[in-house]
Ligand binder design. Structure first.
Ligand SMILES: NC(=O)C1=CN([C@@H]2O[C@H](COP(=O)(O)OP(=O)(O)OC[C@H]3O[C@@H](n4cnc5c(N)ncnc54)[C@H](OP(=O)(O)O)[C@@H]3O)[C@@H](O)[C@H]2O)C=CC1
Ligand SMILES: Nc1nc(=O)c2c([nH]1)NC[C@@H]1CN(c3ccc(C(=O)N[C@@H](CCC(=O)O)C(=O)O)cc3)C=[N+]21
Length: 306
């Protein structure tokens, strides 16, 4: 298929803008009704990809009318202290959503933190009780990056039913949820990881290739089927030839763009949609909390209840 360079790029900006515009309307209505949305981000230690994400969360939350607060903790904090902080946020009625930025330092088991977030405030769908929803095809609150990646694939117009999809990377937050979301859509899914014998052999069969590993230029042109859609999820900070720090993905875009029919740029691809979906998930969490509030107190309006 011959496409101009411009059409080859699946840009996330316009999709993100659409989502944020709709979140903004919902947030304004909820705020007027006495339920202002508030998102809390928890960061432990320092990671470049997290800094980029948090910076964009802050900027886009402001655009959408969602209150945003970052809580930063030193890398030597204990798991118990963090759990206590999360329990405090669970108990605070002003807090709608809590996101725990990954990675956390090795001495803190991430699962303990994810399980500490109340499922009604779990805006990433990472609580053990939440992640099961996508296995049961309840997809309205899925892990943000996975949902964002699938959203971008849909922009190609490809029919997902029976589509041959290969995912490289099987983390709980990206690769695995993408596999479940795509199975729900009827795709045939292969998942590769560091023990896969030949990632290239699998990748070359894919009509749609998702890559979430965290290794710049892991995927080269000879690993891609001509005409495929390539969704690059990697966010890696590296120093460019000019000595400046820059963000690159996991795909060698310069070579792959000549083989693939669609490729997501980094930056400007999956990342902006991830942020938009986090905000959308915050509104989904808010409406679940309102439903709980109504069921408990029999009123829809917190202000009217006072
Ligand atoms: N754009 C966005 O919105 C987001 C981007 N990211 C980015 O995506 C990337 C991946 O993130 P995340 O999933 O959290 O990372 P993890 O480190 O948790 O997972 C990486 C995965 O890649 C697999 N892997 C490692 N080496 C290879 C290899 N040589 N071949 C095949 N698979 C391999 C690992 O397998 P195994 O476990 O078997 O070793 C693991 O499943 C990072 O660059 C991150 O910054 C992450 C979240 C959101
Ligand atoms: N619990 C958790 N969930 C995550 O989803 C998660 C995480 N932890 N830890 C860090 C990674 C990384 N990540 C990014 C998301 C969006 C951009 C983003 O907005 N990128 C833009 C902007 C780039 C820029 O401003 O330079 C882009 O790609 O165009 C970046 C990085 C989410 N992650």
């Amino acid at each position: 298929m011959s496409l101009s360079d411009d059409n080859r790029y699946l840009r996330g900006g316009p999709v993100a803008q659409r989502i944020i515009a709709s979140v903004r309307e919902d947030a304004a209505t909820a705020t007027a009704e006495g339920f202002p949305p508030k998102l809390i981000s928890i960061t432990v230690g320092d990671t470049a990809a997290v800094d980029v994400y948090v910076r964009n969360q802050r900027a886009k939350a402001a655009l959408a009318g969602i209150d945003f607060e970052e809580r930063r903790f030193a890398a030597d904090i204990t798991a118990g202290e963090l759990e206590a902080a999360i329990h405090g946020l669970n108990a605070d009625p002003r807090v709608t959503g809590i996101i725990i930025q990954r990675p956390v330092p090795a001495h803190i088991p991430i699962k303990i933190l994810q399980a500490a977030v109340h499922p009604l405030k779990d805006v990433e769908g990472m609580h053990p009780a939440s992640i099961g929803n996508i296995v049961y095809n309840q997809l309205d609150l899925a892990p943000c990056t996975a949902a964002a990646s699938v959203e971008l694939l849909k922009e190609t117009g490809l029919d997902l039913k029976g589509l041959e999809v290969v995912i490289v990377g099987h983390s709980e937050i990206v690769g695995k949820p993408i596999a479940f979301l795509l199975m729900s859509e009827g795709a045939t899914v292969t998942v590769c990881h560091h023990m896969t014998r030949s990632v290239a052999a699998h990748a070359r069969r894919a009509d749609a290739l998702f890559v979430a590993v965290g290794r710049p230029r892991l995927i080269k042109a000879d690993m891609v089927k001509p005409g495929a859609a390539v969704i690059d999820i990697g966010i890696n900070a590296e120093t460019g030839p000019d000595g400046e720090s820059r963000i690159v993905g996991d795909v060698d875009a310069e070579s792959v763009k000549h083989v693939a029919s669609w490729i997501t740029p980094v930056p400007g691809g999956v990342g902006p949609i991830t942020v938009a979906i986090l905000l959308r998930n915050t509104m989904v969490a808010l409406s679940r909390q309102r439903a709980r509030y109504q069921a408990t107190y029999g009123v829809v309006d917190k202000l009217a209840a006072e």
